[in-house]
Design a protein around this ligand. Structure first.
Ligand code: MCA
Ligand code: AMP
Length: 520
C-alpha cells in the first residue's frame, strides 16, 4: 500500500472537475482540477525518482502555502520518500537544527530564502536544494516540467514512514514524530467516515481551507478528508475572516483553530443566513472556550465539533458528528470536551504509575491505536520513555473521561503554551532570553489572550548592574526564534517565586499575570 493510492482512489471520478480553487488575494483566482493534482504530483515524483535517492529519504520543505506545495507532498508519498514540512516562521538557527537532525536528501525553500537555506542545507550534507514560490515560480517546477506526467506510486508497507513532523520538547531540542503511511491512512479513513464525508450532500462537500499546510491540522486532517472524499477545497493562503465568511455561502465544511472562530465571531456578517449551506464546523489544536462554542451556536445555529489531536497521534478523539452507536447512539457535542475516542482508537486516563483511573478521576491521557506514531526520529530512548509497557503513548495532557466516554482536557503535565494553535515550549524561549546580554534569568508563562487564546509573557531578572530594555529583549528574540514563539510582553522583575526545591512556581506567576491582556 501507498497512502497516495488510497487518497487517489477518493479523487472525483471526473478528473476534469475542480479539486481546488485558490482565493485571488494577490492576483487571479486559480482552479486546479483533479487531473492537475494527479499529473503535477506525477511530474514531481518523477523528478524525485530521477535523483536516485535511497528509499525513505527525507524531503524537507519550507515554503509558502500553494497547491504546488501540496503536489510536492503527494509526490513525496508517490516516490516512497518522507515528507518533512517546516513552519515558514522558523528562523535560521531553528532550520539549521532540523536539517542537521533529519539529514534530508532534498530541501525545497522559497526563492526569497534560497541564500541562507541552501547554505544550511549544504552544511547538513543535502545535495539537492530547489526553490518553490507561492506564485508557481522557482527551480522545482522549472525542472519538473521536463518529466512525464504519469507515475506509478512506489509500493510501501503500512509501517513505512510517510512524514516526520517536528514537535518541540519540554527539555532539549525538537523531536521528529515519525508518522507512517498506515498511521495517516487509518486516521484519514476514520475521520472521513466519522465526520460524514462518506455521504456528502448533493453536489459534494466544499471545504474551506485557511490553515497552514506544515502542521497536522491543515496538512493531514483537512486535506486527507477532502481528497479521500473527492471534495472540492476553497484554498486561502492565509486566514482572512471576511473572505472566509464570504466563502461559507458556497461551502459546506470549515476546519480551524479556536482563534479563527474568535476572529469570525468578530465579523458582523456572521449569522444563520451566511452559514446556511455549511454542514460541519470542526475546531481543534487548542482549547475551544465554552463562550466561543455557545456564541457560535447562537449566531449561526451550528454546533462546533471539537476534536483533539497531536503530531504524534494525528486525531484521537472527536465530539460526534452524528449518532455514535458505540456510545448508545449519542450525538451531543459538548462544550469544554474534546469528545470521545475515535473508532479504533483506545484512550485512557492513568496515574503516574500507569494505573487506569476510575471515571471522572483526573490523570494523564494515554492513547493506543493504528494512528499512534512509530517513535521519535533517532531518539529511541525518548520514544521508550513516552510509551507504557502495554503500548500506550503518554500524551502529556491531563484530563478525565466521564461516564459517557467524553474526554475533558483540564491541563498539561508538559510546560507548553498553545498560542493561536501553535505550540510554544517555554524552555526554548527561556534559553534564548537567558543568552541575551544583561539577563540573569527568565521565566516564560502562558496567560489568557482574547485572540490567540493564550500567549507567552517573559519575566526577566537582570544581571547585577544591567537593565535590559524589555522591548529590546523581544526584538532580539525575533532574530533567533519563529515570531509566534516570541512572548507578547516582557516584564523586568526582581525575583521569581520558587518552591522548596528551588523550582520556579509558574502557577503563581500565571495567577499574578492572568489579567494582563484581559481588556485588549
Ligand atoms: C502569528 N503571530 C502569532 C501567532 N500567529 N503569535 C502568537 N501565536 C500565533 N499563533 C504573530 C505574528 O507573527 C505577528 O507578530 C503578530 O503575532 C500578529 O499576527 P497576526 O497578523 O494577527 O497573525 P496572523 O498572520 O493572522 O496569524 C494568526 C493565525 C495563525 C491565523 C491564527 O497563527 C494560524 O494560522 N494559526 C494556526 C496554526 C495551526 O495550524 N496549528 C495547528 C497545529 P509581529 O507583530 O511581531 O509581526 S497541528 C496541532 O496543533 C495538533 C496536531 C492538532 O490537534 O491539530
Ligand atoms: P502538537 O504538538 O502541535 O501536536 O500539539 C498537540 C497538543 O495540542 C496536544 O497535546 C494538546 O495539548 C493540544 N490540543 C490539540 N487539540 C486540542 C483541543 N481540542 N483542546 C485542547 N488542547 C488541544
Amino acid at each position: 500500500m501507498n497512502l497516495y493510492h488510497a487518497l487517489r482512489s477518493g479523487f472525483c471520478a471526473d478528473l476534469d472537475t475542480i479539486a481546488i480553487s485558490t482565493s485571488g488575494e494577490a492576483g487571479e483566482a486559480l482552479h486546479y482540477s483533479w487531473r492537475d493534482l494527479e499529473r503535477g504530483s506525477a511530474m514531481l515524483a518523477n523528478l524525485l525518482a530521477s535523483l536516485d535517492l535511497p528509499p525513505a529519504s527525507r524531503i524537507a520543505v519550507q515554503v509558502e502555502k500553494s497547491v504546488e506545495a501540496l503536489m510536492l507532498y503527494l509526490a513525496t508519498l508517490r516516490a516512497g520518500h518522507v515528507f518533512l514540512p517546516l513552519n515558514t516562521a522558523y528562523q535560521s538557527s531553528e532550520v539549521a537544527y532540523f536539517l542537521g537532525n533529519a539529514e534530508p536528501a532534498v530541501v525545497v525553500c522559497s526563492p526569497r530564502q534560497f541564500g541562507w537555506v541552501s547554505k544550511l542545507a549544504f552544511q547538513a550534507g543535502t545535495r539537492h536544494v530547489f526553490t518553490l514560490g507561492d506564485d508557481r515560480s522557482g527551480s522545482l517546477l522549472v525542472r519538473a516540467v521536463h518529466f512525464a506526467d504519469v507515475h506509478e506510486p512506489v509500493e510501501r508497507a503500512a509501517d513505512d514512514l510517510a512524514a516526520i513532523l517536528y514537535t518541540s520538547g519540554t527539555t532539549g531540542r525538537s523531536k521528529g514524530a515519525m508518522l507512517s503511511h498506515g498511521n495517516l491512512l487509518s486516521n484519514a479513513q476514520t475521520l472521513h467516515r466519522y465526520w460524514g464525508f462518506d455521504a456528502p450532500p448533493p453536489g459534494g462537500d466544499v471545504l474551506i481551507h485557511a490553515l497552514p499546510i506544515f502542521h497536522v491540522h491543515g496538512l493531514f486532517v483537512a486535506i486527507h478528508a477532502a481528497l479521500l472524499s473527492g471534495s472540492r477545497m476553497r484554498w486561502f493562503a492565509r486566514f482572512d475572516a471576511l473572505a472566509v465568511l464570504q466563502a461559507m455561502r458556497e461551502s459546506t465544511v470549515f476546519m480551524g483553530v479556536p482563534t479563527l472562530y474568535v476572529r469570525l465571531l468578530n465579523e458582523a456578517g456572521l449569522d444563520r443566513e451566511a452559514s446556511a449551506r455549511m454542514r460541519l464546523f470542526v475546531a481543534g489544536s487548542a482549547p475551544l472556550l465554552a463562550d466561543t462554542f455557545e456564541a457560535w451556536h447562537q449566531r449561526t445555529g451550528h454546533t462546533i465539533v471539537e476534536r483533539y489531536g497531536m503530531s504524534e497521534t494525528v486525531m484521537l478523539t472527536s465530539n460526534p458528528y452524528r449518532l455514535d452507536p458505540r456510545w448508545g447512539g449519542q450525538s451531543e457535542r459538548r462544550a469544554g470536551t474534546v469528545g470521545m475516542p475515535l473508532p479504533g482508537v483506545s484512550v485512557r486516563v492513568a496515574d503516574a504509575q500507569d494505573q487506569v483511573l476510575a471515571v471522572g478521576e483526573v490523570g494523564g491521557i494515554q492513547v493506543r491505536g493504528p494512528n499512534v506514531f512509530a517513535g521519535y526520529w533517532r531518539m529511541p530512548d525518548k520514544t521508550a520513555e513516552e510509551f507504557t509497557s502495554d503500548g500506550f503513548f503518554r500524551t502529556g495532557d491531563v484530563g478525565l473521561q466521564d461516564e459517557r466516554g467524553y474526554v475533558r482536557i483540564v491541563g498539561r503535565s508538559k510546560d507548553l503554551i498553545i498560542s493561536g494553535g501553535y505550540n510554544v515550549y517555554p524552555a526554548e524561549v527561556e534559553d534564548a532570553i537567558n543568552a541575551l546580554p544583561g539577563v540573569a534569568e527568565s521565566a516564560v508563562i502562558g496567560v489568557p489572550h482574547p485572540d490567540f487564546g493564550e500567549v507567552g509573557v517573559a519575566l526577566v531578572i537582570a544581571r547585577p548592574g544591567s537593565k535590559p530594555d524589555p522591548v529590546g529583549v523581544l526584538q532580539s528574540l525575533k532574530g533567533s526564534l519563529a515570531n509566534f514563539k516570541v512572548p507578547k510582553r516582557c516584564l523586568l522583575v526582581d525575583e521569581l517565586p520558587r518552591n522548596a526545591m528551588g523550582k520556579v512556581q509558574k502557577n503563581l506567576l500565571r495567577q499574578q499575570h492572568q489579567a494582563l491582556f484581559a481588556s485588549s
